[in-house]
Design a protein around this ligand. Structure first.
Ligand code: AHR
Length: 664
């Protein structure tokens, strides 16, 4: 009879959305485990989705040096405009000549439409600059207008300035323009006074209010969003763009440093990689280059982690049969190895003795950037009969180690989270003596739910490399992308990273940025248009882990096993850390199921009542997401609670991410 009653009660609880049983979590707060690496949660930047030009890099003019293959891409011209190619910057030789029309009222004009328009805000100031000269001598006036050219009324002009150009020598001219109206799609119009021929090169417009007021600076809201993630590591500049579609289009860091006017344009493979999202005007200006990446790493407090080419162009796009034609032959790797060694010097070297270190100092940073990590190769792999990747990596590792044994070298296990390539590469990373290897996984919900124990049995021997989960995101099934459920899956999986922080040294969600009009790949952490931005649910999960990573691991078990969404664990995931600095025990619990779960939290080693904070992320709607119009639809909520020790009952609602921060 009693048994029947119990069964009936359990059935009632389940139908009311309640758990049928109470789970017991045991956290041993006295047995302090290994340190959580400071690098543990970081960010991965790639110029995809207009993340650099048109995104983080605050330049508002597209094709400012007239170097796109279509030299007038982004520009409309009227009057006597012609293209020249003997300009003052040898790597960007093109410029335009604006000649008088012969009639005082026929103005010569060039107009730039920016990246999906130019976003300007009422009352904000914009810094215009141009290199110019009057090739036939004399002086001329250039008028600079910000225009709302969707408005054909009297108020088309929403800000203007003028610059006097004089003499035959190229000089840089600047002016400030204040916008009298907000417009996400303004244009920049430059027109002459129609009297004297004027040559114009590197036409640039930045908001005055950029992140930290830097020269050649970053868009403020986007850089601040990065800073607020508190990332421990910053991987750049990609991804596939490191490799290029072919060797010629790979990212070449040496072209990305020195004066911005003379950084040559590079193709951006994301302009054509996905033909359903084709962006013919997507190039890399390198305005956001390696100096700026290092500077930003320092400003946001993250360890810089550059990745360079291993002499293989993207293996997805290049048949290995053709190896010597599409990849670098083994005896010709030296320039690529030099790129690695020179980069270490650029970041850390002595300006008095090294040319690359001197360049860093000349650019404004005499002190070293303290580079500690270097990635060699992105998603590369070996073939059964041809170790295309590792035979090259070996040469790199040996050469770099000889000169810079202090740098931690990062290999890769390729694009797959498991399978033949992965299994082949993982042991090779150890044999080659890599310090870490980079794993990637863009996977669906089921994969994330099943991977809660991924790192429990990884090689913990002394010589085993550490893991860098360098690109991952839950690519949920269905039509929505950055929805709450994807973020919840990531939060659940991250308990595994935390529990295995002795094996996993760093992890970076990917990709980071996307322009709402220019994306090629989604989901992404941060979205924006020309004026606004918002953080996805996944962003907040990353931020919560980063800000609550603690200093040391603690064990958290249920019936002696980690709580990792296993069959008998009702969709629960959990981990615990200690923060020695704040003297807090931090417990993360994720209920991925559709029923609330009752949990008894046993805090071994603690007694009495403890002040605590409860941070929660929850949505009743699994496919709900933040948007430009509703940026704060799903954000973490914080409340104060009291936790009794050694035992506290907790109900974790369905589909919820909870963090308890308990003062010890
Ligand atoms: O993040 C987008 C792409 O995904 C990266 O460029 C590449 O490394 C991976 O395939």
């Amino acid at each position: 009879m009693m048994k029947k009653l119990n069964l009936m009660l359990a059935a009632l609880a389940v139908s009311a959305g309640m758990s049928a049983q109470t789970h017991t979590f045991d956290v041993n707060t006295t047995k302090v485990g290994g340190a959580i690496p400071k690098t543990m949660y970081g960010i991965f930047f790639e110029d995809i989705n207009y993340a650099a030009d048109g995104g983080l890099y605050a330049e508002l003019v597209m094709n400012r040096s007239f170097e796109f293959p279509n030299h007038y891409a982004g520009w409309s011209i009227s009057g006597q405009v012609s293209l020249k190619n003997d300009g003052p910057f040898n790597k960007n030789p093109h410029y335009v000549r604006m000649a008088p029309s012969g009639h005082a009222h026929k103005h010569t004009m060039i107009e730039n439409s920016g990246f999906f328009g130019i976003g300007v805000k009422q009352g904000a100031e914009y810094q215009f600059s141009v290199w110019a000269r009057c090739p036939e001598g004399g002086s001329s006036k250039l008028w600079i207008d910000l225009v709302d050219n969707a408005t054909m009324g009297d108020d088309q002009k929403i800000g203007n300035a003028g610059v006097e150009i004089s003499g035959k020598e190229w000089k840089k001219y600047t002016a400030r323009i204040k916008a009298n109206k907000t417009n996400a799609k303004a244009h920049l119009r430059v027109w002459g006074d129609s009297k004297v021929t004027t040559d114009v090169e590197h036409v640039s417009l930045f908001p005055v209010d950029v992140y930290r007021g830097d020269e050649n600076g970053m868009r403020k809201d986007l850089a601040e969003a990065l800073e607020q993630m508190h990332p421990g590591v910053f991987r750049f500049p990609g991804g596939c763009i490191v490799e290029g579609t072919d060797l010629a289009s790979r990212y070449q860091w040496k072209n990305s440093v020195g004066p911005v006017e003379n950084r040559p344009l590079n193709e951006n493979r994301w302009h054509y990689t996905f033909t359903h999202r084709y962006f013919p005007d997507y190039y890399q200006s390198y305005g956001l280059g390696f100096y700026e990446y290092f500077r930003l790493s320092e400003q946001i407090g993250a360890e810089p982690l550059p990745v360079l080419s291993v002499g293989l162009s993207c293996q997805y796009q290049n048949e290995i049969k053709d190896e010597e034609h599409v990849h670098v032959p083994l005896d010709q790797l030296q320039p690529y190895i030099d790129d690695c060694i020179d980069l270490i010097e650029f970041a850390n070297g002595d300006p008095a003795t090294n040319q690359w270190a001197k360049l860093r100092a000349d650019m404004g940073h005499p002190e070293p950037f303290n580079l500690k990590y270097l990635g060699v190769g992105n998603e590369q792999w070996d073939y059964k009969d041809n170790p295309a990747f590792t035979k090259r990596l070996k040469i790199f590792v040996e050469a770099i180690r000889k000169v810079h044994p202090e740098i931690k070298l990062i290999g890769t296990t390729g694009p797959d989270s498991e399978g033949e390539n992965f299994d082949r590469l993982q042991p090779r990373m150890k044999e080659l003596g890599c310090d870490l290897y980079d794993e990637h996984f863009y996977r669906n919900e089921e994969w994330f739910l099943k991977s809660g124990n991924r790192y429990d049995n990884y090689d913990r021997s002394k010589k085993a490399p550490k893991v860098f989960a360098g690109e991952y995101a839950c690519h949920g099934r269905g039509k929505k992308w950055n929805h709450f459920n994807a973020a919840l899956m990531e939060a659940a999986f991250m308990t595994d990273l935390e529990r295995n922080a002795d094996v996993v040294e760093m992890a970076t969600y990917a990709p980071l940025f996307a322009h709402v009009e220019g994306w090629q790949w989604r989901p992404d952490a941060i979205w924006y248009d020309n004026l606004r931005s918002f953080n996805s649910c996944s962003y907040y999960v990353q931020q919560l882990y980063s800000m609550n990573k603690g200093t040391n691991m603690l064990t958290l078990t249920m019936n002696g096993k980690p709580v990792a969404g296993n069959d008998d664990q009702d969709g629960l995931f959990a981990s615990a850390v200690l923060d020695k600095n704040t003297n807090e025990v931090i417990v993360k619990v994720i209920n991925t199921g559709d029923k609330a779960q009752d949990v008894t939290l046993n805090l071994k080693g603690m007694k009495g009542s403890h002040e605590a904070q409860l941070i929660s992320m929850h949505s009743d709607n699994l496919t709900a997401e933040n948007t430009l119009d509703e940026p704060n639809k799903i954000v973490p909520q914080t409340s104060s609670v009291t936790v009794s020790a050694p035992s506290q009952s907790v109900t974790v609602p369905a589909r919820t991410f909870y963090i308890y921060k308990i003062k010890k």
